[in-house]
Design a protein around this ligand. Sequence first.
Ligand code: F3S
Length: 654
Amino acid sequence: MGMNITKKILSTHLAAPSDMVPGEEILLKVDQTLTHDINAVMTYLAFEQVGLDRIRTECSVSYLDHNLLYLDNKTPDDHIYLQSVAKRYGVHVSRPGNGICHAVQVARFGAPGKLLMGGDSHTPHGGSIGMLCIGVGGMDVATAMTGVPMRLTMPRVVKVNLTGSLKPGCNPKEVILKMLQLVTIKGGLGNVYEYVGPGAAALEVPARATIANMGAEMGATTSIFPADAQVKKFMTAQGRGDQYVEMLPDEDAEYDECIDINLSELEPLISCPHQPDNVIPLKDAEKKRVQQVFIGSCTNASYADIAKAALVFKGHHVNDDVSCTCAIASKQTYRELMRDGYIDMLLAAGVRILEIACGPCCAIGQTPATDGVAVRTSNRNFKGRAGNPTAKIYLVSPESAAATAIMGTFATAEDIMGENVKILGEIKEPDQYIVDDSMIIPPLSEEEAKKVEIVRGPNIKFLPVPEAPTQYLCAPISLKGRDNISTDDITPASAEFSSMRSNIPLMSQYCYHRYDPEFAARAKVMGKSIIIGGENYGQGSSREHAAINPMYLGVKAVIAKSIARIHKGNLVNHGVIPMLFEDPADYDRLDQNDELEFTDLLDQIPTRSILIKDKTKDFTFRARLDLTDNEIAVVLSGGQLSFLKKQLAAEREK
Ligand code: F3S
């Protein structure tokens, strides 16, 4: 049988021979990495500690794109540190205002067939150009930058066969919302979704990016499209046609599963609070009054997205009861939209144009009112994601968002435009993009880089290093969580909280702040403790603070029914042992404050089966470790930094 695209790319990046059997660990040589400002400080603090003079990837980029509100000294401290540390080690910097990491990476750095590891869960966005892009924790990015091979569990590859074509007024957002309806938020775990077929061939690169980006919401390892005529056109329009290589599946390519979607049958969809897979046809949604509309984010703020939204607004005005904002994904796209008159259309309609940044998507501004209903084109609608746990967030396409802003309640482009909706189908991406990399600072020469002084303002604290596990552990349960706890629940987002992420002692005080405000103080008093979780623990953002902060507060293990992929990796990296209930029914027998005893833990870890005694209720139960040999070694070393230092020391001795 022939090979699919995923296997083709993985096979050319193997750092050790492998049969690439799904579920088995493979080691990969990474070409590119990306980081962004609100997660990256820990990544570069870790890289500083490994003792290398320069990164060993082909290209690493540090984006200053998420938190551009300088509310106090903290964020500028972070940005100045990130800019100086990048100069010191040979990393590109994309300056504030240049654009959101994923949009810029695809436009200016990505290339078909490459392997990218990004410190952000929506890194799969780059799958739109036939590049394999995997979201990981910051410590994994630091590891990739050292040139040490990355460990990855070999995914299953699912073929998504797209046929037909999207109707005008329908956006690629409907495709990924449909996928979420079919697959659910945890159904994609361990899978790569490979989109092929005539329907895929007709989608332009930014349209593909919307779909690949939100594969993260299914818990997938990544998503990918072929590198074909659309990718060639895009890269040529970016002035990088010479970096295009064709990347197609073989005709008889083998897949582990197949999903068929006829694009012609899709209609505008809406994801309802508080999970992205809570998807229904928009016309069936209860007509609630909407207070806020946000058009933007890495998911849905391309040229075509914003131009179509502007055309829906043409001749109309934002409803008096709605605050409508728009954040465009990159400076490049902003300038093109301005050139072609679409920004003026938005302004004329009363849309408030925000800075080019993530902004509202990660609760940096535009928090909804108490019990407010907000409609967004971004990718997550978890409770509290927008900064206010009482708000209800609905996810739709830019076309539907514009119609909603006009009507003040859920609406589609067709509701506003009637038959004229067909003009939306004529909007295409530019044949030639405005290429201006003046906001990207390239790396210095090795010689010059060595002279750079790294600037550490008062917000740049230390990277806490976990203790290695001990043979005996006795610790109470500090928190028992429900299903689908997200990293937003563990480490809340907002302009204020995001600027604390370089300062673990401070940020830790707000661990689980919106979910259980007493948690941090309770865990601190307990000293050592255990967290209990339900299904899909740690879903959502890749932020490793959701592992670092509990570790800093003394959490030694998480025992859950299932744990999301990136978060499991982050727990391993930061010395918190991720355990899974052998019998999920044991979850119900445990309560907060129960004291759990682990004996012979160091001997039990390599067996991957841990006997635990609930001393409070006097019963025993078992947890298993769904970890590879490498991950077991990392756990026993007390986290990835200690493990990596040992690996690099051994390399130097050779
Ligand atoms: Fe930024 Fe939101 Fe995308 S935080 S990277 S716009 S998911």
